[in-house]
Design a protein around this ligand. Sequence first.
Ligand code: ADP
Ligand code: ADP
Ligand code: ZN
Length: 213
Amino acid sequence: MNLIFMGPPGAGKGTQARQVAVKYGIPQLSTGDMLRSAVKAGSEVGLKAKAAMESGGLVTDDIVIGIIGDRIGESDCASGFILDGFPRTVAQAEALEKLLAERSMKIDSVIDITADNEALVARITGRSTCSKCGEGYHKQHKAPAKDGVCDKCGGALATRADDNEETVRNRLEVYEAQTAPVIGFYKDSGSFKTVDGMQNMDDVFASLCNILG
Ligand code: ADP
Ligand code: ADP
Ligand code: ZN
């Protein structure tokens, strides 16, 4: 099962993709996570991506297309994958079509998770992530039992450098200008579905499972 999770920053793509990945036994391919690892490692890709990520702009298409092209060719993607945060431009969506066709693959479902802007800002500015296992938290909606400590593995929770109010507004504008048009690319294909991301996390997951079967 090959899936695309779309939606503005903070909609809940990562939260849901993690759970769907476990349930269906397919990997979550988050370009944001991959780029953050590259920045941390100081690799060539990381050095190229850093400034755009810090300002809330998009990393260039060629970089993310290269990353995804390599990743979907790996053996663990043979039985399916979830694209989380890619494609984010129409050019990326077009390149993805080509990458899939070359490998005789296709997308089964494109799921757009929606949420309103004020909720998105509150979600992003309250977000933290376990630096050890990647579990996501939120200071109101999913607070850890002990401040700053992961419930699952005891790892330290970290906040992202770009999850501040100023950068968030820019990311929402970038989403409207560059990523929202990707919906038009998929809308008329039978595989496009929308899920109401304003529901609580469990209900969003239930809606997704309902669609995916
Ligand atoms: P995205 O990957 O789309 O940027 P995340 O999955 O990281 O979004 O979620 C952003 C923040 O909002 C996280 O702190 C997460 O815990 C929280 N969150 C996710 N889904 C919901 C929801 N349905 N209701 C309330 N908070 C949520
Ligand atoms: P969020 O889920 O909060 O939107 P991500 O973790 O998906 O954040 O992405 C963080 C940053 O990484 C983005 O603001 C952007 O700079 C970069 N990025 C991630 N995916 C892409 C992509 N497909 N194209 C261009 N830039 C990307
Ligand atoms: Zn953890």
